[in-house]
Design a protein around this ligand. Structure first.
Ligand SMILES: CC(C)(COP(=O)(O)OP(=O)(O)OC[C@H]1O[C@@H](n2cnc3c(N)ncnc32)[C@H](O)[C@@H]1OP(=O)(O)O)[C@@H](O)C(=O)NCCC(=O)NCCS
Length: 221
């Protein structure tokens, strides 16, 4: 990654959000526009998106439109502009401040390229208060364990720094790779998600999956 990095994270508040000391949150650094947090893994690093990421993020989404539309809601056409994505990045900063979502770009360590997106968030259109992992990796970079590592970093952050006791997410039952990732971490089925998603013009149910900190820690050592 090309950004200049600062010192390892120390207890401090950024944007009104207190960062607890953690070995997992490896750095906070500043550019002139905002600070960004990153969670470093072996293959990928999750880093909060900044305004300079708007163009690469737009290119990534455009490149994967058809692929993502098989399992994720269609992006509105108006969202495919750098201006819209810039506003979205700002909105995500606000969501982090209020504690409703923690969204990151997924950057490949070998190249520094943006290869996906991942977030811990409350589901949209639902009164379920639980945060949970949501993730998408570009088609060209699938099959290399990137989503697995991204989810691991999200869970370490959620159960560690955010001190969550349970995370909850929903997936399409036929999204075999996404289901497999959750099962590999010990997620258990928890009924049908009340929310329905419009996927390729069809209203679909999601299967809810939960993971408690106890189960996570028993597998995490
Ligand atoms: C689903 C998605 C995140 C997977 O990303 P990825 O980086 O390829 O995933 P990983 O390489 O980390 O791991 C995939 C796991 O699923 C398994 N898998 C892949 N395809 C599979 C299939 N068709 N059936 C069953 N398991 C499958 C892999 O073997 C691996 O499991 P393993 O570690 O036990 O071997 C990616 O395809 C994607 O972004 N899709 C579009 C968006 C999306 O669906 N997001 C999930 C919304 S909940």
């Amino acid at each position: 990654m090309s950004e200049a990095r600062g010192e390892p994270a120390q207890p401090q508040a950024t944007h009104g959000f207190a960062i607890r000391p953690s070995s997992r949150v490896i750095s906070l650094f500043n550019d002139r526009t905002c600070s960004a947090m990153e969670l470093k893994g072996k293959k990928v690093t999750l880093r909060e998106l900044r305004q300079i990421d708007a163009e690469p993020l737009l290119a990534h989404r455009k490149c994967n439109l058809t692929f993502f539309e098989k399992t994720l809601p269609k992006l509105p056409d108006c969202s495919l502009t750098p201006e819209y994505i810039g506003q979205e990045i700002e909105r995500n900063r606000c969501r982090r401040e209020e504690g409703s979502a923690y969204r990151f770009g997924v950057f490949e360590n070998a190249s520094g390229d943006l290869v996906g997106e991942a977030e811990l968030s409350k589901p949209e259109k639902s009164c379920d208060p639980r945060l949970g992992p949501h993730y998408a990796i570009g088609k060209r970079h699938c099959g290399q364990g990137y989503a697995t590592e991204a989810v691991k970093l999200l869970l370490e952050y959620g159960f560690g720094d955010l001190q969550l006791d349970l995370v909850r997410t929903g997936v399409l039952p036929d999204n075999c790779a996404a289901v497999r990732i959750l099962q590999n971490f010990g997620f258990q089925e928890d009924g049908v998600w009340a929310e329905r998603l419009e996927i390729q013009g069809v209203s679909r149910d999601l299967v809810a999956y939960v993971l408690s900190t106890k189960v996570w820690r028993s597998g995490d050592g």
